[in-house]
Structures are given as C-alpha cells and as structure tokens.
Design a protein around this ligand. Structure first.
Ligand code: GDP
Length: 135
C-alpha cells in the first residue's frame, strides 16, 4: 500500500500567502488523489521531532523555527509511483534549481521557505503519514 502513497506538507510561507488552493490544484492535476488532509500549527517541539533526521545540519534550528512559524497543511497522496512522481512534481530543494512546471519553481521563495515537503522514500512516507494521521 505505501508504494502508492506519499506524504506532503504545504509549508508556512505558502499557507500564509494563500497558495493552498493553487498547490492542491497542481497536485490533483499531477494525477494524485488526496487521501488525508489536515491544516495544523506545529509547535517547535513537534517540528523538531518531524525533522529529527536533520538534527546535526547547520540549518536545523532555523528550519524548526520556520516550520513552527505558522500553520501547515499535511496530506497523504495516492498515485502509482507516488514518492518518485511527487518528488518530480515539487522540483529541487533550492527553487533556483527547480525546473519549470514544478511546484517549487512556481511557489517557493528560498531554499528554506520552499513551499512544500515531499517524502523521500516509501518508508519515510509511511512514518510521516503516521506522524500526522496515525490513530
Ligand atoms: P527536501 O527533501 O527537498 O525537502 O530537502 P532536505 O531533506 O535536504 O531538507 C529538508 C528541508 O530543510 C528543506 O525542504 C528546506 O526547507 C530546508 N533546507 C534544506 N537545505 C537547507 C539549507 O541549506 N538552508 C536552510 N535554511 N534550509 C534548508
């Protein structure tokens, strides 16, 4: 089941600038079905837990502050080859390197405030979906 699912967040900058609809439109146009959807504000502690894998990176504290600076939209998406296809749809981490037609090319402001998250593996997609939607 997880091979056909990925997890995304619309990040605080994109939510603050009223791009939820535009980004969900690109996601649906890209062939993804929205399975779960939730708008929520992350505390710094919870943002830190989500990005714990980056704990040693120099930008970790900035990333946690940014991700807890305003509400995000979390979603589980379904499509064949969901993880890889979604990474292609969002584009490179740094929007300066993102290809035309990608979500980050259109909506990202910087390497940090880059509009969307997309899981990097089936395993992490499952862990991240559980983090928000686990019962
Ligand atoms: P992703 O898988 O494309 O989201 O990229 P990473 O897993 O490498 O990084 C996670 C998130 O940390 C990115 O989406 C950015 O929001 C942020 N980030 C990555 N690299 C940098 C950086 O060099 N500086 C800052 N400030 N933030 C970064």
């Amino acid at each position: 089941m997880t091979t056909n699912r990925t997890f995304t967040m619309i990040k605080p900058d994109a939510v603050a600038e009223n791009h939820i609809g535009g980004i969900l439109h690109m996601i649906e146009q890209g062939g993804f079905r929205v399975v779960e959807l939730q708008k929520v504000a992350l505390t710094a502690a919870r943002a830190g837990e989500f990005y714990a894998v980056h704990r040693e990176r120099p930008f970790y504290n900035d990333l946690v502050a940014y991700m807890s600076s305003g509400p995000i939209v979390a979603a589980v998406l379904e499509k064949d080859n969901a993880v890889a296809d979604f990474r292609a749809l969002i584009g490179a981490t740094n929007p300066a390197n993102a290809e035309e037609g990608t979500i980050r090319k259109k909506y990202a402001k910087s390497i940090e405030a880059n509009a969307v998250h997309g899981s990097d593996s089936d395993e992490n997609a499952g862990i991240e979906a559980e983090f928000f939607f686990g019962k």
